[in-house]
Design a binder for this molecule. Sequence first.
Ligand SMILES: CC(C)(COP(=O)(O)OP(=O)(O)OC[C@H]1O[C@@H](n2cnc3c(N)ncnc32)[C@H](O)[C@@H]1OP(=O)(O)O)[C@@H](O)C(=O)NCCC(=O)NCCS
Length: 393
Amino acid sequence: MQMKECVFIDGVRTANARAHAEKGWFKNLKPDQTLAAVLKALFERNSKVKPEDIGALFVGTANPSGLQNDVARLTWLSHGFPERVPTQTVSNQCPSGMAATIDAARAIISGEEDIMIAAGVEDMEKVPMGANMGFPDAFFTRYNMLEIPMGNTAEKVAKLYDIARADMENMAIYSHKKAYAATVAGKFKNEIVPVMGKKEDGTEFLVTKDQWVRETLDAAQMATMRTPFQADGRVTAATSSPLTAGAAALLLMSREKADQLGLSYTYKYKLGVQEGNDPTLMGMGPELAIKKIFKKTGLGPKDIGAYEINEAFAAQALACIRETGIDKANAPFDKVNLWGGAIALGHPLGESGARVLVTLMNVMKTECPNEKYGIATLCGGFGNGAGVLIEKV
Ligand SMILES: CC(C)(COP(=O)(O)OP(=O)(O)OC[C@H]1O[C@@H](n2cnc3c(N)ncnc32)[C@H](O)[C@@H]1OP(=O)(O)O)[C@@H](O)C(=O)NCCC(=O)NCCS
């Protein structure tokens, strides 16, 4: 078998809704329903590709228990898709959707398959973070139990890399400002698949925008917010990604197959990297992923047109930007998260790895269409960073 090029044909996502039993716009939807919505949208938008043509569906989810139990297979079958198509649920915490994409791209590049769907889904209200979670005894011999929860790792990164609370709040302000501007300008229209959700009062409505995005943030009020993870800490709800629900999916194809079908494409999958690190500093994953991409390709910050760095917390995103020197030390950034990041857009754990790739391609097509390279990257609980380099073809 010959090695092939892998191109991105399309990418879609639902809006990201608050994961909240009363206030969340997706309180009426289950993870299989948001995932099915993006899968169906991919087939509707790309009518030359039929479900039976797919080599496999890979779906990332951070917590594959409860309603997210083998969410790839159970969603595929429950929503009437053909039994013949194999599926796989992929799980390595937050990078799960990106891991699914990397796996799918590798299947195409190796020549094993020609058409793949990679997706990510999470509903942090129906399947709460940490639910049904156990740990090997020896894990807490090696690591301090108090340094493992996600918020605590953000506090540790903030102290170690000397990230001031005011800098994190400034980053949050710009994350919302850019996300709001992009939303109002209709820039997410190409990626957001409308789904029926429910307002707080129970009224049904078509959800077409991300629920957490705020028009303005009050800097003075933010500075008084409590620090939920540590009594004398720096990280607040305003500088953390919120608990969120949503799904995203990408259609990947060998370039050869896409040409045969007469399908157009703009970007190809150039390189995927994964890199492990100290779980108590898990947020530094993007630093390692970006440096690994540069080392493997010989590219540097000047070669990259845009970055999507998942803002699990402002502390870790800022530390990664500073340690790699890819942008200014403080927001507003020139190349990072040009349409806002997870602090504003939300972070449905397993979804985000696919979402940042979908958004990266739309950002590049719109904001810097002549740039050749873009990078999407995110950190992951227990120390699993991931990154993907895309190249304009
Ligand atoms: C930070 C965290 C603990 C806060 O959770 P919470 O206490 O349930 O709080 P909420 O997110 O509902 O926000 C609390 C309140 O602050 C408000 N708030 C959030 N950001 C705000 C801001 N920038 N300005 C003003 N108010 C804000 C919310 O609107 C909410 O008030 P409301 O219910 O009246 O609307 C939670 O969001 C969290 O754990 N985030 C990190 C998730 C995570 O670890 N992801 C994985 C990363 S690797």
